[in-house]
Design a protein around this ligand. Structure first.
Ligand SMILES: NC(=O)c1ccc[n+]([C@@H]2O[C@H](COP(=O)([O-])OP(=O)(O)OC[C@H]3O[C@@H](n4cnc5c(N)ncnc54)[C@H](O)[C@@H]3O)[C@@H](O)[C@H]2O)c1
Length: 307
């Protein structure tokens, strides 16, 4: 596993920065591409080579070519992951999320030495599933621009694998939480980050609707482990894996950990009622299971922020 040349897009973001830390710890040579639209330089591991680039920009294809020379593995996390923002600015977000992915994939297929392209996708591609747990073969039914754009990323990865033989794996992360959660100011519907922000700034937290909506919350360290396991796995044909715990936790249950006043507000139209991962395929084929329980993870997260 030592000294692989790896590219991580979105490596200054929440999940990407943790992934970069771990890849560097394992002895790899990591380059990060990020446009710092939601990411921050302070998140970035100093040992990573950093290139500031908007993957959706017109200059991206030309800039990408030399960067990808000799790269063996590409982790694609760069995305604007903000539900409300993507709904309000679909064209701008399409450019970053979809054109950016297309530019990257096109550059990757010109570099035959690439051993695997790993896409960070999301459970938001499923929309509002009819069943409590959802397996990878359920029909995609996104309810938001962000969900639709993540579906497009998946479709492009799949087609590049089928048409041009680009080895790939797709990981559908569920609700990710944990340290360095800088996107507390965005509108990604991660309740843990939003509750932390509101407790710090308003000394109360806001629950939209009845709070009985559930989430499948995965600690970022477990996400990073799954992502690296996908790189090392025997899968190359665009296989899709749910990366979740399979254990739903309601927004009301999460709120209890914050131990502060709660204000109820109207339910948001785009809010997903429930979405829990069916983890059978991931356990059986990727041999991954989360190690950090929600209770343990959220307590550590709150302690770190002195909340
Ligand atoms: N956080 C979650 O709960 C969650 C859940 C499911 C899937 N995901 C996926 O995981 C990935 C990382 O999410 P995150 O939570 O770390 O978000 P984040 O906003 O912290 O990280 C995304 C990074 O991508 C960069 N970026 C965005 N558009 C770019 C562009 N056009 N060119 C270059 N860089 C660009 C941002 O500056 C940022 O550093 C995303 O692909 C997201 O869809 C996240």
């Amino acid at each position: 596993m030592k000294h692989k040349k790896i590219l991580v897009t979105g490596g200054a973001g929440f999940i990407g920065s943790h992934l970069v830390d771990e890849l560097i710890k394992l002895g790899n040579d990591v380059t990060v591409i990020d446009d710092l639209s939601t990411g921050k330089l302070k998140n970035l591991n100093k040992k990573a080579k950093f290139i500031k680039l908007n993957l959706g920009s017109a200059s991206a294809p030309k800039v990408l070519r030399p960067i990808l020379k000799n790269v063996s593995y590409v982790f694609h996390l760069a995305t604007i992951p903000r539900i409300q923002h993507c709904n309000e600015h679909p064209v701008e977000c399409h450019s970053a999320n979809v054109n950016g992915t297309l530019n990257l994939l096109s550059a990757c297929v010109k570099n035959k030495q690439i051993k695997k392209f790993i896409l960070a996708s999301t459970c938001m591609v499923y929309g509002n599933p009819a069943h409590l747990t959802i397996s990878e073969d359920a029909q995609n039914n996104p309810q938001t621009m962000y969900g639709a754009q993540k579906c497009m990323q998946e479709i492009y990865v799949n087609i590049f694998t089928k048409l041009y033989g680009l080895p790939s794996v797709v990981l559908r992360y569920f609700g990710v939480y944990g340290t360095k959660r800088h996107s507390e100011t965005g509108s990604y519907p991660n309740v843990a980050a939003a509750f932390s922000r509101d407790k710090k700034t308003k000394n109360k937290i806001f629950i939209y609707g009845d709070g009985k909506q559930s989430r499948d919350m995965v600690h970022v360290f477990d996400i990073v482990r799954a992502t690296i396991m996908a790189m090392n796995s025997e899968f190359y044909g665009g296989e899709v894996f749910n990366i979740g715990t399979g254990k739903p936790v309601t927004v009301n249950e999460i709120a209890k950990y914050y131990n502060c006043p709660i204000e109820h507000q109207d339910a948001r139209p785009h809010d997903i009622r429930r979405c829990t991962a069916d983890t059978k395929k991931t356990k059986k084929l990727l041999h991954w299971e989360p190690r950090i329980s929600f209770d343990q993870g959220i307590r550590g997260y709150l302690e770190e922020q002195s909340l």
